[in-house]
Design a protein around this ligand. Structure first.
Ligand SMILES: *[C@@H]1O[C@H](CO)[C@@H](O)[C@H](O)[C@H]1NC(C)=O
Ligand SMILES: *[C@@H]1O[C@H](CO)[C@@H](O)[C@H](O)[C@H]1NC(C)=O
Ligand SMILES: *[C@@H]1O[C@H](CO)[C@@H](O)[C@H](O)[C@H]1NC(C)=O
Ligand SMILES: *[C@@H]1O[C@H](CO)[C@@H](O)[C@H](O)[C@H]1NC(C)=O
Ligand SMILES: *[C@@H]1O[C@H](CO)[C@@H](O)[C@H](O)[C@H]1NC(C)=O
Ligand SMILES: *[C@@H]1O[C@H](CO)[C@@H](O)[C@H](O)[C@H]1NC(C)=O
Ligand SMILES: *[C@@H]1O[C@H](CO)[C@@H](O)[C@H](O)[C@H]1NC(C)=O
Ligand SMILES: *[C@@H]1O[C@H](CO)[C@@H](O)[C@H](O)[C@H]1NC(C)=O
Length: 904
């Protein structure tokens, strides 16, 4: 068999390697802990394992066997570490491979304490290795491949010592092998127990006798009785129907019983389980044998005939056995068998949904910690912080980890029953949990949450809600009472006040309220915000108006007792409310006429004008979490984009005016221009110039996707434009502005395909000239969020650079930052693309660009993109550096195209 060389590129979780090795038709032979490559006596090429695994320490043992001694390298893993995984590349998906591992302890550490640990392939725990009993220990599996990499892991078990491994081999098997007779066991793997070359006693045979490098052991000591010599007659067989392709050499010998009796193989098994038995027969004798086949005493096949020169294979399964007795009972002539194999049948648990896996990966990234979450969350052993039911993630406990906000990704963990975010520095409103319909227990205690939000209403299965030691303010919403299954509601140590909804007053529900300003069901009063305990509490009932609870319109009924004190109190309360109301109205009334002298060209529109311009809000051209954007036409014929904020996203009047003022200051050719605004009738409306080219996201992913027209040079031009806009925000404007939500859908194109950055809705001004960062509640879009900002809450210009880097990666790869398809390694664009681009491996470049870009131009853009998404913000370039690099990449591509034009 000729040696062939091929290149395997594989992405591991934390790095990238291009491995060049020689193989025998797809063989992969890893010398675990070995430093050198070598070819063994069977001409099999071995390589070091260090590019296939990133954990563990290596050492070498002197291994004495009989008179010869050899040194064996090995790799061992700290006991404290759960999973230690090799990522084995597999060439052909939907094939079957043999995976073989050897474990050697040989007292390498001088402690005479051989370890025990478990071994897993993919999601299945396949066996327990116990080196106390046997050293070296061999394990071999037959695995149905379904992905291009196969995780092979050794997993520490409690008190087991540190796992150790010395070699690992992968061998492709013939297509369709080892599937006959397995109909009752779909999607199962096999663990080798016996593979016997019947009638052959001179050692074991493997590669090159078996081109698939299975090891066929000699036929010894399995049947103490009836030992007969093997026959060795060379005949040729038509083996094309033998799916397993047993080697001819193996079929050339047989165990034959020369008397009319029963031929037995008694095979002890390690564990109680289900087993798969493959028997090989070949007609190497001049006479046809005929016999019954019994397994554990039951006839499986009666009167089976082996005809001269014919080969056949039989498959059997046995459920729930601890030993096997394979017996051939003579009928006519002598029973014979040429080879057999016995396998334990191993269940392969199904994988967690890709949505769950990618959501968890994003959450891990946002914590800024390496939680060690790799491969499947549930199998072979659940990840730390996670519990599963089957392959479904039902519990997530991130208590004491700094999260700072409940990111939208949590909403993807649809099967969660228990979510514990105790002490995770959450602030603001409870949000992004509305989709968790199975949630039974939600623990948000010890945070700085200030409002209930509106998501809790949808958690219909909620049984326990723990909100103690937060900063929740105001009243407890009525809707909590509608959670019928709730039996514990802990509101202790918040800043809540008022009457609890009566619907919470039921026997099945325990409500804990101590440590709040004033909170109870009773008709006992909560007199005032500044509840003065020295004032005698008057008897009042405060009935909340169900329709307007949030607006706290209170109807106050005078109770039986009261007196002058209460009257006084009531009066002052009413006066207070009145003043407050006046104040709000005043703000609305006066704000539009504030000093307009330094407002540049921004106009104030009346609501009537807006209605007319948008033809009564007829054509929606965009939607977002903030509200909707409508197409409008001003009286002078100019087209505009009219952005109307939802009620709930409205800013306070002052903040709105501030924002408008800020926006009106910004004039730059690569920033979408604010035409004016409307602040009337409780509306907050911004009017922008209209860009007919749509957003970059539309062009890359939109429904009538015009991706083809976005050539590399055009993409570079767009990125240069957008970088100019961002550079102006960071360096040109006063105050400096951090955009906070750079993404493809916020880069708009005009009719000449010039790009402009839009949506400063979330932007933050850095007021002091020397301030290096501002601390804020994390906002932005999943997939674009700077992980460092996420974990520190310190917002700097480098957060925009990170998001911009993600946009560049999208332009290069033509895919969105987060996807739920493909392998988990590819869900997150940054994690996936970075190693390829760092290595200059441009096979991941968008297919529609292939063959049309200058490599140097691509390299420049790729490298600056990769630097921009560095986790460590200080290692990211500034936007100015980024812009300079992009300009260069752009001009290189331009000259490349010009040269093409000349030659063509
Ligand atoms: C394993 O390697 C780590 C660092 O790579 C080292 O700190 C540790 O001491 C090593 N353990 C042993 C047992 O050699
Ligand atoms: C991969 O497997 C398929 C069958 O699923 C087979 O037809 C094909 O030849 C195999 N390719 C290689 C390169 O082995
Ligand atoms: C390993 O084998 C030893 C000796 O038979 C036994 O005492 C020990 O319990 C085994 N460990 C495991 C984890 O099976
Ligand atoms: C057994 O095999 C060895 C090589 O592995 C060979 O040298 C020897 O001749 C064989 N003996 C017999 C009896 O075939
Ligand atoms: C081998 O057997 C298959 C059917 O099992 C048949 O199609 C093929 O022609 C045979 N080949 C030879 C060389 O006899
Ligand atoms: C909260 O978590 C921090 C670590 O992030 C820990 O130091 C602190 O003790 C925890 N507090 C509580 C009340 O659990
Ligand atoms: C919430 O989590 C904390 C820390 O894990 C725990 O002490 C507390 O009992 C939990 N609350 C409930 C209701 O289980
Ligand atoms: C919980 O809140 C109460 C009241 O505000 C406070 O006394 C207590 O110290 C808080 N517990 C912790 C661990 O911060």
């Amino acid at each position: 068999m000729a040696l062939k060389c091929f290149r395997v590129s594989l992405t591991l979780f934390c790095g990238f390697w291009v491995v060049v090795f020689c193989d025998q038709d797809g063989f992969l032979s890893l010398s675990c802990g070995g430093a050198r490559s070598y070819v063994d006596s069977a001409k099999i090429a071995w390589v070091s394992d260090n590019t296939f695994i990133s954990t563990g320490n290596t050492t070498t043992v002197e291994y004495v066997e009989g008179t010869s001694s050899s040194s064996v390298p090995l790799r061992f893993f700290p006991e404290s570490q759960g999973r230690n995984c090799y990522k084995l590349p597999v060439k052909n998906i939907s094939s079957v491979v043999l995976v073989r591992a050897q474990f050697v302890y040989k007292n390498y550490d001088g402690r005479w304490k051989p370890p025990a640990f478990s071994v897993s392939l993919g999601t299945a725990i396949t066996s327990t290795v116990n080196l106390t009993n046997k050293d070296p220990w061999n394990e071999e599996f037959i695995w149905p491949v379904s992905k291009d990499t196969l995780p092979f892991c050794v997993n520490a078990i409690p008190m087991g010592g540190s796992p150790v491994i010395s070699s690992l081999e992968v061998r492709p098997l013939p297509q369709g092998a080892y599937q006959g007779g397995m109909e009752d066991f779909p999607n199962k793997a096999l663990r080798t127990c016996y593979r016997i070359n019947s009638g052959y006693t001179n050692g074991s045979l493997r590669y090159p006798v078996d081109p698939f490098d299975r090891i066929w052991d000699a036929d010894q000591s399995y049947t103490p009785f009836h030992v007969s010599p093997g026959f060795d007659i060379l005949l040729s067989f038509n083996l094309s129907s033998q799916k397993e392709s047993p080697p001819l050499d193996v079929l050339q010998t047989a165990r034959v019983l020369a008397r009319e009796d029963v031929l037995h193989y008694n095979l002890p098994l390690q564990t109680l389980g289900d087993y798969y038995i493959v028997l090989y027969f070949a007609g190497i004798l001049p006479l046809s044998a005929s016999f019954d086949i019994l397994i554990n005493g039951d006839v499986q096949q009666s009167d089976f005939t082996v005809s001269t020169s014919k080969a056949s294979t039989l498959y059997f399964t046995q459920k729930g056995v601890t030993s096997l007795d394979i017996a051939l009972r003579s009928i006519r002539f002598y029973p014979q068998i040429n080879a057999f194999e016995v396998y334990e049948i191993i269940n392969i648990p199904s994988e967690a949904s890709s949505t769950t896996v990618s959501a968890l990966q994003v959450i891990e990234q946002s914590t800024g910690f390496d939680l060690g979450w790799q491969d499947d969350p549930c199998f072979p052993t659940p990840w730390d912080h996670i519990e599963c039911e089957g392959s479904v993630v039902t519990s997530l406990d991130l208590s004491d980890i700094n999260l700072r906000s409940i990111s939208p990704t949590f909403g993807d963990l649809l099967d969660l029953k228990i979510l514990n975010l105790h002490n995770t520095s959450l602030s603001g409103a409870i949000q992004n949990l509305g989709s968790l319909q199975h949630l039974e227990k939600l623990n948000l205690s010890f945070n700085q949450l200030t409002s209930f939000g509106s998501d809790l209403d949808s958690l219909v299965n909620l049984q326990v809600l723990d909100l103690h030691n937060n900063s929740l303010q105001g009243i407890v919403p009525d809707s909590l009472g509608e959670l019928e299954n709730l039996h514990l509601l802990n509101l202790e140590n918040n800043k809540l006040q008022g009457i609890l909804p009566l619907s919470l007053n039921r026997e099945s529900l325990e409500v804990r309220t101590s440590g709040n300003l004033c909170l109870s069901f009773s008709t006992m009063a909560c007199n005032d915000v500044s509840s003065n305990p020295s004032i005698e509490t008057p008897q009042v009932t405060i009935v909340t108006n169900r329709k307007h609870t949030r607006r706290s319109h209170l109807l106050i009924i005078l109770g039986a007792t009261g007196g002058a004190l209460f009257a006084l109190l009531l009066t002052s309360l009413l006066v207070l409310l009145y003043i407050k109301k006046r104040k709000t109205e005043a703000t609305y009334a006066t704000s539009p006429v504030i000093d307009m002298r330094n407002w540049n060209a921004a106009r104030i529109f009346s609501y009537k004008e807006i209605k007319a311009a948008t033809n009564n809000f007829k054509e929606v051209i965009g939607r977002g979490s903030f509200g909707s954007v409508y197409l409008g036409k001003l009286s002078d014929g100019k087209l505009v984009a009219v952005k109307v904020r939802f009620d709930r996203t409205q800013l306070g009047a002052d903040s709105f005016i501030n924002e408008v003022h800020l926006l009106s200051q910004i004039r730059h050719q690569n920033l979408v221009c604010l035409e004016g605004f409307c602040h009337e009738s409780k509306q907050q409306i911004l009017v922008y110039e209209y860009l007919p080219g749509g957003s970059l996201a539309d062009h890359l992913y939109g429904p009538n996707c015009q991706k083809v027209s976005l050539s590399w040079v055009r993409r570079l031009k767009i990125s240069v434009d957008a970088a100019k806009g961002l550079d102006y925000l960071h360096n040109g404007s006063d105050p400096r502005i951090i955009h906070r939500d750079i993404k493809c859908s916020n880069i708009l194109l005009d009719s000449q395909m010039n790009a402009k950055v839009c949506d400063f809705g979330l932007s933050k001004q850095v007021t002091q000239a020397d301030a290096t960062h501002v601390t804020t509640v994390v906002k932005g879009t999943a997939g674009y969020l700077d992980p460092e900002y996420y974990s520190t809450q310190q917002l700097t210009e480098k957060s925009d650079v990170y998001s911009f880097g993600v946009v560049l990666l999208e332009l290069i790869c033509g895919r969105e930052p987060l996807t739920h398809s493909g392998t988990p390694d590819s869900f997150n664009l940054v994690l996936w693309a970075k190693p390829y681009l760092q290595a200059g491996a441009f096979e991941i470049v968008d297919d529609s660009l292939k063959g049309s870009f200058d490599v140097e131009s691509m390299r420049k853009a790729a490298l600056i993109a990769v630097r921009s998404v560095e986790r460590d913000a200080s290692r990211r370039p500034t936007i100015a550096e980024l812009l300079a690099e992009l300009k260069e990449a752009y001009s290189i591509q331009l000259s490349y195209l010009a040269a093409l034009g000349h030659s063509g």
